[in-house]
Ligand binder design. Structure first.
Ligand SMILES: NC(=O)c1ccc[n+]([C@@H]2O[C@H](COP(=O)([O-])OP(=O)(O)OC[C@H]3O[C@@H](n4cnc5c(N)ncnc54)[C@H](O)[C@@H]3O)[C@@H](O)[C@H]2O)c1
Length: 339
């Protein structure tokens, strides 16, 4: 039951259609975010286990509680788990599906922008331990992931922003054309010229496909999957030191990665300035609230450090990035005057 194949991505325009995708799955039990249950639960005519989405609940204790509910419902090895919610739910539900009866099939219906372009894709399902994030986890793919941007209509603005930096990151990594298209659509949305999420739906589908393909080629992050960490070495350090949200930290981290790319002559100043300016226009955070020394010390403790080096993802141009190892001992020097 250890599924390492890439998840099948299903683009779905309407929430009502999703249950019909499950016609051949036998008995289905839904694990659903409490807020999504209230808004959309009536569209899913299956037995439901409701979970409040919080980092505190992304725990082994909650894994046990969900498993106990599955036992009460007499779920067996052939039961299919449909997990509906943001990244907290897909992490938790994916973990439960990998462990219950040593593994049952599952499918994901991500309902946040972050989960649609990132968290529900790539097979990583982790839970927290004693306040430390994603310490316990498995790599295992769902049978499918349904990308249905219609859910985003009810997503609060600040939660949209949580996913926006990851979406822009995807196109900085692999497509200048899509980056430009997305930027234009977002700027029109901001100015009120567009009133529907359908304008960014094609970009969500494209970004989801990109992550699925990259992670299928490099499930265990030995090579190209590392590129998806663009901005994240900075972001994790910023988050740890000042507690701003992950999405904000990723936006500031990408801007810092762009500035580091200029300093190391990997890209032009014009490219870094453009990214910073675009992010500012979109209302994303562009400056790190943490000073260089604090940032450098936090980066030295990054879990992705390997030996004496730490690999940064640098930007050559919008649409092309490279992995660039730097010696940990000289990190302060490289970060000095990046701000
Ligand atoms: N496994 C991975 O590869 C991976 C990657 C990135 C992030 N993550 C994890 O994802 C989690 C964050 O996930 P997230 O940002 O998707 O959010 P989330 O699951 O924390 O949900 C955020 C909030 O939005 C609400 N919500 C969800 N969908 C909604 C909708 N359509 N309408 C209205 N409200 C809605 C939720 O109830 C919750 O209150 C973190 O725990 C992070 O560690 C995992």
């Amino acid at each position: 039951m250890d599924n390492l194949n890439p998840a099948k991505l299903i683009d779905c325009a309407s929430i009502e259609e999703i249950p019909s995708l499950l016609h051949s799955e036998g008995r289905v039990i839904v694990i659903i975010d409490q807020n999504i249950k209230e808004l959309y639960g009536h569209h899913f005519p299956f037995e439901q286990i409701v979970v409040e989405a919080s980092e505190k609940n992304k725990s082994l204790q909650m894994v046990g509680q969900i498993a106990a509910r599955l036992m009460d419902l007499e779920a067996d090895r052939d039961t299919f788990l449909l997990v509906i919610g943001g990244g907290i739910l897909t992490d938790l539900g994916g973990f439960v599906a990998s462990a219950y009866f040593r593994g049952v099939k599952c499918g994901f219906v991500p309902t946040t922008l972050l989960a649609q372009v990132d968290a529900s894709l790539g097979g990583k399902n982790g839970v927290n331990l004693d306040g430390y994030k994603n310490i316990l986890g498995v790599i295992r793919q769902p049978e499918f992931t349904v990308i249905c941007p219609a859910f985003l209509k009810s997503l609060p603005h600040h939660e949209i922003n949580e996913g926006l930096a990851e979406l822009l990151k995807t196109f900085i990594l692999f497509s200048n054309e899509s980056y430009k298209g997305l930027l234009n659509a977002l700027l029109k949305l901001r100015s009120g010229a567009l009133d529907t999420i359908s304008q960014i739906a094609p970009f969500i589908a494209e970004a989801a496909r990109f992550k699925t393909q990259v992670t299928a080629r490099d499930l265990y992050e030995k090579g190209e999957r590392k590129l998806l960490n663009l901005g994240h070495t900075f972001a994790h350090a910023i988050e740890k030191e000042c507690g701003i949200s992950h999405g904000e930290a990723v936006a500031a981290g990408i801007v810092l990665a762009a500035k580091l790319s200029v300093k190391l002559s990997v890209t032009s100043k014009a490219t870094a300035d453009k990214i910073e300016n675009d992010f500012r226009l979109l209302g994303l955070r562009t400056a790190s609230p943490v000073n260089t020394m604090t940032l450098a010390n936090a980066i030295k403790r990054d879990k992705k450090r390997s030996g004496d080096n730490i690999t940064f993802i640098l930007i050559e141009k919008i649409g092309k990035c490279v992995a660039y190892p730097l010696p940990v001992n000289s990190i302060e020097e490289y970060l000095y005057d990046l701000y």
